[in-house]
Design a protein around this ligand. Structure first.
Ligand SMILES: Cc1ncc(COP(=O)(O)O)c(C=O)c1O
Length: 482
């Protein structure tokens, strides 16, 4: 290792210098565990003792690691997150928006946005990404759609973006930043799936380097980092820095996991030293195997053509989307088959696709195994099945009546779906695909929305969120209880 990994080095030093550990955690440097594997894992799981710094008031190895992290990602300041990208998104909401203040928010956001809205009390003004109709996926937003949303709501305090999407497609962040600069608004980006972007020129340009004011990375998603490891970076354009620091302290545990912090420290070090080289070889594998998968009968494996979809500026070749439209299987069945018969677990499945995630940690045999399994499945199941549902219903535009926070604290009651017209929803309803909430707490349930919910029920889509996933009943806000 040529460059430094200060947190990891401090842990090694602490372990070498201290024998009797009369402090937390209770497993005493791994010795208290009864299982060998845990004992090994526990040997670097210390806590905030002298020499190991303090995440909330860093001045030693954690501070040094934060500075190295900021340098590596081109940030003015970086924060280690130990509760995933979720806590970074929540902190940004708490920093930029207060009670009732409007913020522009993408409808296809992760559920952590909803938590950010409840915590901050902000009023969401939703804009929609462009639905890629034949695939039923939202791949990006057009800058002009955000500009139009801003025209409608010029008092919005900031704009949130999700880029890349789960499918690895990115929006034109630079253009959105440029457009929003004319309104004096900050652009805040959930780049949870793009922590590796800055380390290879063939990957989409990182949002921070395109002028985003704040960016959240789920480092554990695409880098060799333990689950929950994430980072929040701010650029020169981020204004409420003190409020962000306060929000970070409010939301972050006082007992951060040191193995988690060290894994981020080491991953940053690895990517700075060898990231480009490692990405180069995995991108080469991605090119080779995407080309091979594309010619398997019954499958599509889009690459460069994704750049033709509305709003899409870039794509991550390590997200391998395989459409199974020419098989007599749904995407869910294909994923089950891969798991049960080939011992391959993919990241996600939809009605007519599967999504596999690759990283520099994968070897050629992982790509080869995936390819051979797909080829075998194609041989067995090529040909479409009658009645296979490919069209995805599109939800009506939401009508937000009260803030998610007001809705969260309101009393609620259960009603039959046939009776909920005119009520405000107390529940989140998300259908898969496309995995975007169609109804959120505080939104008016119009007759159009009821028709849509009935069509969801009839389509057999998977529904997540409501207490009754069969959608027979829905919780609504109980105005009579006031
Ligand atoms: C786009 C996006 N943003 C944020 C998150 C939250 O990340 P985490 O699970 O690290 O909290 C996810 C999780 O899957 C995500 O896909």
């Amino acid at each position: 290792m040529r460059s430094r990994a200060p947190i990891y080095e401090a842990l090694l030093k602490y372990r070498a210098e201290n024998n009797t550990l009369l402090h937390m955690p209770g497993h005493v440097g791994g010795r208290g565990f009864t299982i060998e594997e845990l004992r090994t894992m526990g040997t670097l799981d210390f806590t905030e003792v002298p020499g190991l710094d303090d995440l909330h008031s860093p001045s030693g190895p954690i501070q040094e690691a934060r500075e190295l992290m900021a340098q590596a990602f081109g940030a003015r300041e970086s924060f280690f997150l130990v509760n995933g990208a979720t806590s970074g998104i929540q902190a940004v909401f708490l920093a930029v928006a207060g009670e009732g203040e409007p913020v522009l928010v993408p409808r296809n956001a992760h559920r952590s946005f909803y938590a950010g809205l409840v915590l901050s009390g902000a009023m969401p003004v939703y804009y929609s990404g462009r639905l890629m109709r034949p695939w039923g996926l939202v791949l990006a937003v057009e800058p002009e759609d955000i500009a139009a949303a801003m025209e409608q709501c010029s008092d919005a305090v900031a704009v949130f973006l999700v880029s890349p999407t789960y499918y690895g497609t990115t929006a034109d962040v630079g253009e959105i930043v440029r457009l929003m600069a004319a309104y004096g608004k900050m652009v805040l980006v959930d780049e949870a799936h793009g922590a590796h972007f800055g380390f290879h020129p063939r990957l989409p340009a990182p949002a921070l380097l395109q002028g985003a004011a704040a960016v959240v990375h789920g480092m554990h998603k695409s880098l060799p980092v333990m689950t929950q490891g994430a980072a929040l970076h701010i650029g020169p354009g981020f204004k409420p820095v003190v409020r962000l620091r306060n929000a970070y302290h409010l939301l972050t545990t006082t007992s951060p996991s040191y193995p988690l912090l060290a894994s981020m420290d080491l991953a940053r070090c690895l990517m700075v030293e060898e990231g480009t080289e490692r990405l180069e070889s995995v991108l080469h594998l991605a090119d080779r195997y995407r080309a091979k998968i594309r010619v398997i009968p019954g499958l599509e494996c889009p690459g460069e053509e994704m750049l033709q979809a509305a709003g899409v500026k870039g794509y991550d070749p390590l997200k391998v989307l395989v459409r199974v439209t020419g098989l007599s299987l749904t995407g869910y069945q294909t994923a089950d088959l891969l798991r049960e018969q080939y011992r391959i677990q993919v990241e996600m499945a939809g009605e007519d696709f599967i999504l596999a995630m690759f990283s520099p940690g994968h070897q050629e045999e992982d790509w080869g195994g995936f390819y051979h399994a797909l080829r075998d499945i194609s041989y067995r199941y090529v040909g479409t099945a009658p009645g296979k549902r490919l069209a995805v219903p599109v939800p009506p535009y939401p009508r937000v009546e009260i803030t998610p926070r007001q809705a969260y604290f309101s009393p609620m009651r259960r009603m039959h779906l046939s009776e909920v017209a005119g009520q405000l929803s107390a529940e989140m309803v998300t259908s898969y695909p496309p995995g975007i909430p169609c109804l959120l707490p505080g939104e008016l349930i119009t007759s159009e929305m009821i028709d849509y919910l009935y069509s969801l029920r009839a389509s057999g889509c998977r529904v997540q969120g409501p207490d009754d996933p069969s959608l027979e009943y829905l919780y609504v806000i109980d105005n009579a209880a006031d």
